[in-house]
Design a protein around this ligand. Sequence first.
Ligand code: NAI
Ligand code: MG
Length: 358
Amino acid sequence: AHNSFYSIASIPADGIGPEVIAAGIETLQALAQTLQTFELQFHHYDWSSETYRKTGKYIPDGGLDELKKHDAILFGAVGAPDVPDHISLWGLRLAICQPLQQYANVRPTRILRGTESPLRRCETGDLDWVIVRENSEGEYAGQGGRSHRGFPWEIATETAIFSRHGVERIMRFAFETAQKRPRKHLTVVSKSNAQRNGMVLWDEVAVEIAREFPDVQVDKMLVDAMTTRMVLKPKSIDTIVASNLHADILSDLAAALAGSIGIAPTSNLDPTRQHPSMFEPIHGSAFDITGKGVANPVATFWTAAEMLDWLGEKDAARQLMQCVETVCESGTLTPDLGGMATTKDVTAAVVAEIRKLP
Ligand code: NAI
Ligand code: MG
């Protein structure tokens, strides 16, 4: 048989990033060895807040061109206690997403077998969502400024940008995502009652694109009402599309409702496949548990499965998630899921499940 070969850039970065990425790579390599259907080669980039302290930059000159040579990017988390968060986020993560045109951020959420939702009477299968987040403009376009710094009349502006091009491409991607799922249902999240320009364009484009997808059922929801629907009627939701800011907030809520931020994955996709896409756990660098060996690696395993799926290794992706869920069900859980296992325990258990695959 002819194996597919993939070159993967790994950027573990800060805090628990290196701990969970090491676990992810170990698991992926065990899967590749066992299945013998694909091969992965990892290239490590030590870009982090440590690099920033030493050189004043997160990404060295020419770094982005290096990244473009790979098939995908596996990212840990960025953020350090002594670096302001807007510097670290814009210096590394957004500095990759924006130039590589990773305009679709995808966040699947469900309750894994063996884990519990904090919602009463919400079991595995009752909550199965995909949140599609606009990842290139909106409220995080980076436009705005500050004047009269330090004076009582200081002002700051943060301008949200909604371009027809940007909204059309994310809506089309969201409809395609919904169309591929069994329920074919999309909720368009908006705030067009209060934000009467950008969000009104957003709504109008959603209606236009909907005509291209007659088989997808659509509804619209204001973002504040969406939070209550997520908590009170989780079964009524399937695929969600929202702006950069709205989806950022909704997806943290989604992760918590599914049990823990320690299990949630996210993909930063360039749907045109011109550039490599980037895959990362949703969580941050978690200073409070860094070095303690208890970071939950499940978010990174799920992230790895999402990466394999995007690369076309759909069977491998599904098998990896089966192994992860079997381990969760066996009670090998880190403290964030109510267990006592370490990162290494969970990783070893998942690797052992992988070795049992036919
Ligand atoms: P965080 O996600 O790092 O931590 C929030 C809480 O969740 C903490 O109590 C942490 O211990 C827990 N947690 C997170 N991941 C976990 C895991 N895998 N297993 C078990 N528990 C886990 O968010 P926080 O504290 O707001 O931010 C810390 C730093 O991370 C900041 O510098 C922030 O800017 C950065 N950050 C980076 C992100 C990224 O690189 N994409 C995303 C979110 C935050
Ligand atoms: Mg966030």
